[in-house]
Design a protein around this ligand. Structure first.
Ligand code: ZN
Length: 313
């Protein structure tokens, strides 16, 4: 089984976007930049630093241009941002973002609630974004992130055929890459295996990332199932920050430090210094008083066995 697993796994930090957008606290720009600096120093090379949405909707993301400008100074960092539409994409191109994610919700109800457009209208948005990129001569990579891929709190079931159909349309439209997101934590490893196998069969090397929320405690199990399908990149958020309006008290994405720990335990390199990540978690936690944090490694500590304990200890 192990030999089938990808030889290098990329963890993409999304706490600054997916996490912070759902908290009450508005983190100051300096603190966000320090977080990015320390995450980069701990070995993370892909960070979703914010989103280009109207500040009146998400005041937590109002400083994304400044945060991107800082992140762009760090060597080798792929600076990612979420954009909900063409307008956001134009701002991202102008800011020099390396990679944008356009969320396309497979659930009609969630899509209307989230971006006030149907999934098919979002495909038109994707085509328009790709046209604008051509016009702007930008090199930003465009990812179509198919969300609520395992169901949705508003609509309930989302048919796998629907998800795969949207992915096919996004690929045909010319998206550079596609991803699957369990936006609200409805997935389980068996359904992950079945949907990701189909998705990778369809997208091949253009399959980009797995995005799992830990709402019901299955995020790591779901990551493992996707890993075994060959997925080599996962979103994660430091301290598992984030939430879900349909599940009070639920966590956000799988905690970055827990995911880095699991992969290191399995001997899968991520290039991440987990102890540095745990120190960073402590700093970020001190800036988010009153917010719920998640994740188990920060509580339990690293085990006193290889590869976590140096031989000289
Ligand atoms: Zn998410």
């Amino acid at each position: 089984m192990i030999s089938k697993l990808p030889s290098h796994i990329v963890i993409r930090e999304v706490g600054l976007r997916d996490g912070l957008q759902s908290l009450q606290t508005i983190m100051p720009t300096d603190a966000k930049c320090a977080w990015i600096r320390d995450a980069h120093a701990a070995g993370l090379r892909e960070i979703e630093v914010g989103s280009f949405v109207p500040p009146r909707l998400l005041p937590q993301m109002a400083d994304t241009v400044e945060v991107v400008a800082y992140a762009k100074t760090l060597p080798g960092l792929q600076v990612t941002a979420l954009v909900p539409n063409v307008k956001g994409a134009l701002r991202a191109f102008e800011a020099g973002v390396d990679h944008i994610v356009l969320p396309i919700s497979a659930s009609l109800k969630h899509s209307l609630a989230n971006v006030r457009r149907t999934p098919l209208e979002m495909m038109d948005e994707l085509r328009a974004i790709l046209d604008e990129r051509r016009n702007a001569g930008a090199t930003t990579r465009v990812e179509a992130g198919i969300g609520t891929a395992f169901g949705c709190g508003l609509q309930g079931e989302v048919a796998p055929d629907e998800v795969i159909g949207l992915m096919e349309t996004a690929l045909e439209a010319g998206a550079d890459c596609v991803s699957l997101a369990d936006t609200i934590g409805y997935a389980d490893p068996a359904r992950v295996r079945s949907l990701f196998e189909r998705a990778i069969g369809l997208a091949g090397a253009r399959f980009w990332c797995g995005h799992f929320h830990d709402t019901r405690g299955l995020a790591l199990a779901n990551v493992l199932a996707a890993l075994e399908c060959g997925v080599a990149r996962f979103d994660a958020s430091l301290a598992g920050i984030g939430g879900c309006p349909f599940a009070p008290g639920a966590s956000g994405n799988v905690a970055t430090e827990d995911l880095a720990y699991m992969l290191a335990s399995m001997g899968l390199p991520t290039g991440i210094d987990i102890e540095a990540l745990l120190r960073l978690r402590g700093v970020v936690a001190s800036q988010l008083p009153g917010e719920s944090l998640h994740g188990v490694i920060a509580r339990a500590g690293l085990p006193r066995i290889a590869p976590f304990q140096a031989a000289s200890h």
